[in-house]
Write a protein that binds this ligand. Sequence first.
Ligand SMILES: C=C(O[C@@H]1C=C(C(=O)O)C=C[C@H]1O)C(=O)O
Length: 180
Amino acid sequence: MSEFKQLYSPMLQSAKWYSVQSWALEQTSHGAWLLESESLSRRLAQYCQHFTVAVLAQTIISNDNLSVMERQRVGDSDCLEREVILYGDQQPWVFARTLIPMTTLSGKEQDLVDLGNSPLGYRVFNDKNSRRDALEVANLGTQQQPRWARRSRLWINDKPMLVAELFLSQSPVYAKEKGC
Ligand SMILES: C=C(O[C@@H]1C=C(C(=O)O)C=C[C@H]1O)C(=O)O
């Protein structure tokens, strides 16, 4: 198993998520990232020369293995679980875990299985019928040294998927805080 997956997958899955309103995110530099409602991939790509995605794992998981909240967001179907690292100029910036219900992988959306190293966000937000809702934020670090994560539901043609993203220490989300 990849070291990234071993480290970050349990971190993300044990996160305590809070609605965005619980955090004072407006007018902060990290808030602009966490509140991004369009494609995070596109935003990250603007901060580097080479934006790349590496798939760590892609497997089908039973609905029984989802948490109650995950089930509330995506329903009762088994899911394709896709875990990736998003890289900016070879630096690991984001660990992301996406749950795509098998019922979403129908019609035009069957191609989501074969994304490989293409960013999911490019595919989803290229479609006119896409949107994001149910945004939640977690801090997996401390107040002094935050490690931000967010979870949101994406819709494509009225079919849901759930994306959780952990912003790693080298990501531009922390640039201002570090005084760079
Ligand atoms: C969901 C988006 O796509 C990003 C790309 C992902 C992937 O390729 O698996 C996963 C999560 C995202 O951060 C986005 O760009 O908003």
